[in-house]
Design a protein around this ligand. Structure first.
Ligand code: RIB
Ligand code: CA
Length: 311
């Protein structure tokens, strides 16, 4: 079977790190061309550094490109829940490798042009890099097969009552991407809040002796302590769910909606507004995830770690 040519756009971050680990354990189906980093959970100096360190630590020489240091128009909002450096209190050996010689937007275009319509993107941070690529290279909208986005929500939010963090941070970029015409899969809070990290998964991962599991165990441990400290619900691995929706057929249930992004609202900034009743007359532009098989997700993730143990 042909592998999926992929770029992951990340704001690494703890759940981004879990998604990266899962992607690097899925190279039997993924041909990862590059990782591109964006400011979001923490500054882009840290999201890019965290990404390069993780990719190198796990033994891969996949290019990591540095992207936008701030949203297109708004000021940057970061997230305290990932700690000051973005990976909580988890440290990863510092890579000696250089970042890729192009920035994120140029890197995305390079591979989109080379793959001539076959490139897929999993975007799990604010959409600034993707929007920048569209602004710089308008023809790119015909060269990207699909973007799977961890972001938005059909109902509710986690940054405000109306908006999810990634879309809240850069709603202008979100609007550009959602209106680009590129096929979109929106894996929003509607599904990413459902799978809550089971202690059985943590215990299984802790017992394993491979680098993928060792790093994930330390990140899970931080996530669990963070929840106890702040009283949050059990950890949600939002970004890993978006990645899994690409490599596990049928994991999520998708509905088609016309969705646009609110860019100016005071109460609704970053809201992904779905036209449930077809009042706008707009054609659907998004396949939005409305349900997920939680057990299948955790079984898939556990299976990946167990396979890594055997390799
Ligand atoms: O709302 C969750 C999203 O915001 C995740 O991508 C997390 O990493 C943060 O970026
Ligand atoms: Ca993220």
């Amino acid at each position: 079977m042909n592998k999926i040519p992929l770029i992951m756009d990340v704001d690494t971050g703890t759940d981004d790190a879990i998604a990266i680990i899962c992607a690097l354990m899925s190279t039997e189906v993924l041909d990862i061309k590059a990782f591109t980093a964006v400011a979001g959970n923490v500054g882009v100096d840290l999201t890019s550094r965290n990404t390069l360190n993780i990719v190198d630590y796990l033994g891969f020489d996949i290019p990591v490109a540095v992207g936008a240091a701030k949203p297109l128009n708004k000021e940057l909002h970061t997230a305290i829940s990932h700690g000051r450096a973005g990976l909580g209190d988890v440290t990863v050996p510092k890579s000696n490798r250089s970042f890729y010689g192009k920035d994120a937007a140029d890197t995305i275009y390079e591979h989109a042009a080379r793959m001539q319509g076959e490139l897929e993107i999993v975007a799990v941070g604010p959409l600034t890099n993707i929007a920048e690529a569209i602004i710089r290279y308008p023809d790119i909208v015909h060269l990207i097969k699909r973007i799977t986005i961890m972001g938005g929500a059909l109902r509710g939010g986690n940054m405000t009552a109306a908006s999810e963090f990634n879309l809240y941070v850069d709603p202008d970029a979100g609007k550009i991407v959602f209106e680009s015409g590129i096929p979109l899969v929106m894996v929003g809070l509607d599904v990413t809040l459902k799978p809550q990290l089971p202690l059985a998964v943590v215990e299984t991962v802790k017992r394993l002796d491979n680098k993928f599991a060792g790093l994930a165990a330390r990140i899970f441990d931080f996530m669990l302590r963070r929840c106890e400290q702040y009283g949050f619900d059990p950890p949600n691995v939002h970004d890993a769910i978006a990645l899994a929706s690409l490599v596990v057929p049928g994991l999520v249930t998708l509905n088609q909606y016309a969705v646009t992004v609110e860019t100016e609202g005071t109460v609704t900034r970053g809201m992904t507004v779905a036209d449930f009743n077809n009042v706008t007359g707009k054609e659907p532009n998004v396949s939005a995830a409305v349900d997920i098989d939680c057990n299948r997700f955790w079984d898939w993730m556990t299976g990946k770690f167990l396979s890594a143990e055997r390799d």
